[in-house]
Design a protein around this ligand. Structure first.
Ligand SMILES: Cc1cc2nc3c(=O)[nH]c(=O)nc-3n(C[C@H](O)[C@H](O)[C@H](O)COP(=O)(O)OP(=O)(O)OC[C@H]3O[C@@H](n4cnc5c(N)ncnc54)[C@H](O)[C@@H]3O)c2cc1C
Length: 431
């Protein structure tokens, strides 16, 4: 890479960056898509599910073409105490029919497939290249430096920072601060290889059908939870925990994951699974109030780099894609006007403000703080629910009325009714 000039330089070939690159290339812009991994997806991990929308807006037939593992037909929730679980599930047969709703995918395959679409549309995909710095002309960003000694310079009318959580470029551009431990969670995950027939019979799934499982009560009261996703021949199992809580607890993430895997209700689900891969990754948890300024002269920030995630609903890829669409639209408009100043690029923010992403994050704006400050949600309530269920279902000659009194006494001791009421009022913000 020497001194070349493009209409747009996209840094990061994750879902956000590739979306922007693909749309801009289709519109005839000259685009460079730079990725530090050996191939797109090589360094990327997530839990395991992507939604049909908004990917279908860009690749309408993606369900036939993308490297999909399974179509998710069953969403399960497990609220665990040490030795029991209050579990519920939502299964909808329409989710098993086209146009489907959500899918499990492995990022190493999905990101590679997706970036190839951008390449086919005309974007120049350059891998194994780590962008180190922005290049400025006065107050305007005009390109990037890359390579070990920052020896390569690449010029562009606009740079799209799609470099993920804790975006180096957004920080350099002065748009955001480095994420604090209370603004970011650490995700750890293992892929366990398991025969597809075993997966289908164990999870009660038809061929190509999949399940997404969210688990509460396995993080020692720290903000976070566990997950299991079924792939074709493997399971993705992991945990996401607020970094601040993890640091304070001094519990090593891998130990926490080991404990989760050994839980008596989890172990039978993963039995026989052969560990194939272990990975860790950050995910922004700051929600609406953590969204930085999204543009400046010559630069826009998309996806995780702009903290556009809603981890409670395991949403990130869809938000990355949607933000990538709007950044691309703003870049196309800038090319038409021949003006890449922040005035034109503010169109990106305008589009994003009226999008699902911003509206949803605004709706859920208080959740990160509620979750962060309330360890009851992640340990006391799961234990109380399990205690109440055990009492309710145990037949030991004790009258139900007596059991109810015991449950009420336990709630009073562990939480107290004023706090419980307050938590219930806050809980309405989850939906
Ligand atoms: C444990 C965990 C579970 C999750 N589960 C889900 C889920 O089930 N569903 C969901 O929708 N979301 C999930 N998410 C969130 C989701 O992964 C992210 O929101 C999404 O990947 C964001 O996409 P992105 O393109 O913005 O960033 P990323 O996917 O992080 O992509 C950034 C890209 O930039 C590249 N890059 C970074 N720095 C540089 C540089 N200096 N030079 C060149 N390239 C660079 C990286 O290698 C990477 O390819 C999860 C996240 C975690 C951590």
């Amino acid at each position: 890479m020497q001194k070349e000039k493009f209409d747009a330089i996209v840094v990061g070939a994750g879902p956000a960056g590739t979306t922007s690159a693909l749309i801009m290339a289709k519109a005839g812009l000259s685009v460079a898509l730079l990725e530090r991994g050996d191939y797109p997806g090589a360094k990327n991990m997530y839990g395991g599910a992507i939604y049909r929308w908004p990917l279908e807006l860009i690749v309408p037939d993606f369900a036939e073409k993308a490297p999909i593992e399974r179509r998710i037909v069953d969403h399960r929730f497990m609220i665990l105490s040490k030795s029991s679980g209050f579990n519920f599930s939502f299964k909808n047969l329409s989710f098993a029919q086209p146009p489907y709703n959500a899918f499990t995918t492995l990022r190493a395959r999905f990101d590679l497939w997706y970036a190839k679409l951008a390449e086919e549309a005309g974007a120049l995909l350059v891998t194994s290249v780590s962008v180190t710095d922005l290049i400025w002309n006065g107050k305007k960003i005009v390109g990037v430096r890359a390579g070990k000694g920052s020896e390569n310079e690449l010029y562009g009318n606009v740079v799209i920072a799609a470099d993920g959580a804790n975006s180096k470029l957004a920080i350099q551009a002065g748009l955001r601060h480095p994420l604090r431990p209370d603004e970011v969670a650490l995700g750890v995950k293992e892929i366990l290889e398991l025969d597809r027939k075993i997966i289908e019979s164990r999870f009660n799934l038809g061929e190509n059908e999949g399940v997404a499982i969210q688990v509460l009560g396995v993080t020692h009261g720290m903000m976070g939870g566990g997950f299991i996703y079924t792939n074709k021949n493997s399971l993705s199992i992991g945990l996401v925990v607020l970094l601040e809580h993890l640091i304070k607890s001094k519990i090593r993430p891998y130990d926490l994951l080991g404990e989760f895997k050994r839980h008596p209700l989890i172990e039978p689900l993963i039995e026989g699974g052969e560990p194939r891969e272990y990975s860790a990754h950050l995910v922004p948890e700051s929600g609406y109030y953590g969204i930085p300024k999204l543009y400046t002269d010559g630069l826009m920030v998309v996806g995780d780099a702009a903290s556009l995630t809603s981890s409670i609903y395991q949403e990130g890829v869809n938000m990355a894609i949607e933000s990538g669409i709007y950044a691309a639209k703003a870049a196309i408009k800038a090319k038409e006007l021949g003006d890449y100043s922040s005035k034109t690029l503010s169109y990106y923010e305008k589009l994003l403000k009226s999008s699902y992403v911003m509206k949803e994050l605004y709706q859920l704006r208080d959740l990160p703080k509620i979750f962060r400050d309330n360890p009851r949600l992640f340990s006391i309530y799961p234990n109380l629910i399990n205690y109440a269920m055990k009492e309710f279902f145990s037949m030991d000659g004790e009258l139900r009325r007596v059991k109810s009194k015991k449950i009420i006494k336990m709630i009073r001791q562990r939480v107290g009714f004023p706090k419980l009421l307050l938590d219930l009022i806050k809980a309405r913000k989850i939906i």
